[in-house]
Design a protein around this ligand. Structure first.
Ligand code: NAP
Ligand code: GDD
Length: 363
């Protein structure tokens, strides 16, 4: 019998990589999707039609849909990845963020319990380094105190504690992976890394003039999402349910990410000025390619995330530096250079076709 996994947030960056990973391990993979007016699920389109890949409509804000899917699928493992995952957006939609990222976790746990799966089903909760927020120690490990610093982080803090509570109160096998930022070619386009790699590719190909960013000095521990989903699985294969920090142990600034991404796109950036006046200038042409905009500053910003993955390395045998920072940035830029070339080629073909139709060359 194949093991059965249920993934919430299956259409997201991590959900798509985790689906691939579990299918390779012979799992029967079920995913929960939301109804949308545009029904194109880009990140998982290549998996649709796979005989062991199934999708169900549901929503983390809707207990009945969760009960219905969990009760019928009866999973051995649940990966709760669904969330309003954008920190800046959580300042604009704090109530929805709390409903999905906090109460949503409770809905999943209760659905498992009420469906009679409390003893058999293992649950992974997508916790976050944002819990450390206004950091109280550097680097951060499993014993570092939390200091959440955004509506997103406060909601995720509830998720973390309710998982711990269900573990202790009901003896359920539920754990949190405290994951530091992880990126990829599939990263949402408004997170800083992808925003930078796409802009570098567009600027290199003459499709954009300038990139506007917020806090360039913010520090992150960036890893590769494809490597991190393995750890989610390892956490659920463990003998005991425990929480783990998942990080690379290496820290860089947004400015450094930018310089490296532009380098791989064929431009060398030099930063001059400070604060809102700081600018990234192309050394060769002298053109300003990066500017700071107040639009991308947050009311409270987390500026010093740096994880210590020693526990995961020792107890789960996980390799935190499988993909280096340099390799990650290169992968993302190469992907986006191709994406922008394809967009240009498609536009050219469309323009040619329109011209031929107009001139009656084709009908
Ligand atoms: P993502 O790309 O933004 O994906 C989020 C997923 O959640 C999408 O599939 C989205 O569906 C789904 N979702 C949102 N609201 C939902 C709702 N009400 N009901 C059902 N599904 C809903 O995020 P990600 O980067 O893959 O991250 C996965 C999880 O890890 C999130 O919980 C995030 O907070 C957490 N996390 C991420 C990182 C990171 O660096 N990536 C680090 C630590 C923790 P749609 O496609 O329909 O929008
Ligand atoms: N998004 C964005 N856009 N961030 C910018 C920009 C910009 O133009 N300019 C500077 N930044 C800074 C932000 O202020 C923040 O300090 C840092 O870049 C990273 O921002 P994001 O890429 O949006 O990620 P995040 O760290 O806030 O949140 C991500 O990682 C968390 C784990 O630490 C998300 O994936 C969360 O879901 C996840 O929990």
């Amino acid at each position: 019998m194949n093991r059965i996994a249920l993934i919430t947030g299956v259409t997201g960056q991590d959900g798509s990589y985790l689906s691939e990973f579990l299918l390779e391990k012979d799992y029967e993979v079920h995913g929960i999707i939301r109804r949308s007016s545009v029904d194109y699920r880009e990140r998982i389109a290549h998996l649709e039609g796979h005989p062991r890949f199934h999708l169900h409509y549901g929503d983390l804000g809707d207990s009945m849909s969760l009960m219905s899917v969990i009760g019928s699928v009866r999973p051995d493992e649940i990966y709760n990845l669904a969330a309003q995952s954008h920190v800046q957006v959580s300042f604009d939609v704090p109530e929805n963020t709390a409903d999905i990222d906090a109460t949503g976790v409770l809905r999943v746990l209760e659905a498992v319990r009420l469906c009679g799966l409390g003893e058999s089903c293992r649950i992974y909760q997508a916790s976050t380094s944002e819990l450390y927020g206004k950091v109280e120690e550097v680097p951060q490990n499993e014993n570092t105190p939390f200091h959440p610093y955004s509506p997103y982080a406060v909601a995720k803090q509830y998720g973390f504690w309710i998982v711990k509570e269900y573990r202790e109160a009901y003896g359920m096998f539920c754990c949190s992976g405290i994951l530091f930022n992880h990126e990829s070619e599939r990263r949402g386009e408004t997170f800083v890394t992808r925003k930078i790699t796409l802009a570098a590719a567009r600027i290199a190909q003459g499709r954009q003039d300038r990139l506007y960013l917020g806090n360039l000095s913010s520090l992150r521990d960036w890893g590769y999402a494809r490597d991190y989903v393995e750890c989610m699985w390892l956490i659920l294969q463990n003998k005991k349910p425990e929480d783990y920090v998942i990080a690379t142990g290496v820290q860089h600034s947004v400015r450094e990410f930018c310089q490296l991404a532009f380098h791989y796109a064929g431009m060398e950036l030099e930063f001059t000025g400070e604060g809102m006046e700081e600018k990234g200038i192309d050394k060769k042409s002298g053109k300003v390619l990066v500017e700071v905009s107040p639009d991308f500053y947050r009311p409270t910003d987390v500026v010093n995330l740096w994880g210590d993955p020693s526990k995961a390395r020792k107890e789960l045998g996980w390799n935190p530096v499988k993909t280096s920072f340099e390799e990650l940035v290169r992968l993302m830029v190469e992907h986006d250079m191709k994406k922008v070339s394809m967009e240009r080629a498609k536009e050219q073909i469309r323009t040619n076709l329109e011209e031929y139709l107009e001139k009656g060359i084709i009908k």
